[in-house]
Write a protein that binds this ligand. Structure first.
Ligand code: SAM
Length: 218
C-alpha cells in the first residue's frame, strides 16, 4: 500500500462536499460537522483510492475490516454529546478515523483494537497526523477496566448484546453508543447510566457493522 500525506485542493473540496451531504442526511451537530470537515479521511486510504475517500461509504482497510461510513461516524458521535475533556473509550479502532473525530471534539480517547496489523498502523499514522489517543491492543468487549470509568463509550462493531462489563465501566451520567443485533443488521442503541444499576435505553436506526468478536461479546 502506498500511503501519502498531502492535502490537495481536490481533497479539501471533496471534504466540504461530504459535510454538505451529511447535513442533508440529517446530521445537525455543528461541532461534529466541523470535525468531519477537518479530519483528512484520505490519509486512511491507499493513494489509488483517494477518489473514494470522501464518498459517504464504508471502505475496506485490510484484515477484512472497514473504515466506517462517514454518516455512521457522524451519527454515533452526535449521540455521544462529547464535551471537551470527556474520557471516551472506543472499541474497534479500525482505521483510527473515528478516534480522530473524537479528538477533534476535545475528548481524551482510549481506543482498543483486536487486530495487531490495524493497531500497528494506527499507532504510526495517527500521531503523524497530530492525533494522540491512548492506543490498546486486545479484546475490547471486556473494555479497559484499568482506566475505567469513562464518560462515554462507543462501540464501532456490531454486538449481539450490550456487554455488562462495559456498562460497569461507564460513569454515572455517562453515555454508551453501541450497534446491537445479528451479523446482518444492528439497531443503534444509546444507554444513559443514571445510577449504579439504573439505565435509560433508546433503540434507534438500523446499521450494518462488522461483528464485535470477543470473550464478552456473546
Ligand atoms: N472505528 C473504526 C474506524 O474509524 O475506522 C471502524 C471500525 S470497524 C467498522 C470495526 C473494528 O472493530 C475492526 O477493526 C475490528 O477488528 C474491531 N473489533 C471487532 N471486535 C473487537 C474487539 N472485541 N475488540 C477490539 N476491536 C474489535
Amino acid at each position: 500500500m502506498a500511503y501519502r500525506f498531502i492535502d490537495n485542493y481536490r481533497e479539501k473540496g471533496a471534504r466540504k462536499q461530504l459535510v454538505d451531504i451529511l447535513k442533508q442526511k440529517g446530521i445537525e451537530d455543528e461541532d461534529v460537522l466541523k470535525a468531519i470537515g477537518k479530519v483528512q479521511r484520505h490519509y486512511f486510504f491507499d493513494e489509488t483510492f483517494w477518489n473514494q475517500a470522501y464518498r459517504d461509504i464504508a471502505f475496506p482497510i485490510g484484515e477484512g475490516q472497514t473504515i466506517s461510513q462517514p454518516y455512521t461516524v457522524a451519527y454515533q458521535t452526535q449521540l455521544l454529546h462529547i464535551k471537551k475533556g470527556d474520557k471516551v473509550l472506543e472499541i474497534g479502532t479500525g482505521s483510527g478515523y473515528q478516534a480522530c473525530i473524537l479528538l477533534e471534539l476535545g475528548a481524551n480517547v482510549y481506543t482498543i483494537e483486536r487486530q495487531e496489523k490495524l493497531y500497528e498502523r494506527t499507532t504510526q499514522v495517527l500521531p503523524y497526523m497530530g492525533y494522540k489517543p491512548q492506543f490498546f491492543l486486545g479484546d475490547g468487549s471486556k473494555g479497559i477496566p484499568e482506566h475505567a470509568p469513562y464518560d462515554k463509550i462507543i462501540v464501532t462493531a456490531g454486538a449481539p448484546l450490550v456487554p455488562d462489563t462495559l456498562l460497569k465501566q461507564l460513569n454515572i451520567g455517562g453515555i454508551m453508543v453501541i450497534p446491537v443485533g445479528d451479523e446482518q443488521s444492528q439497531k443503534m442503541v444509546t444507554i444513559l447510566k443514571i445510577g449504579e444499576n439504573d439505565y435509560e435505553k433508546h433503540v434507534l436506526d438500523t446499521f450494518r457493522f462488522v461483528p464485535l468478536v470477543g470473550d464478552k461479546a456473546w
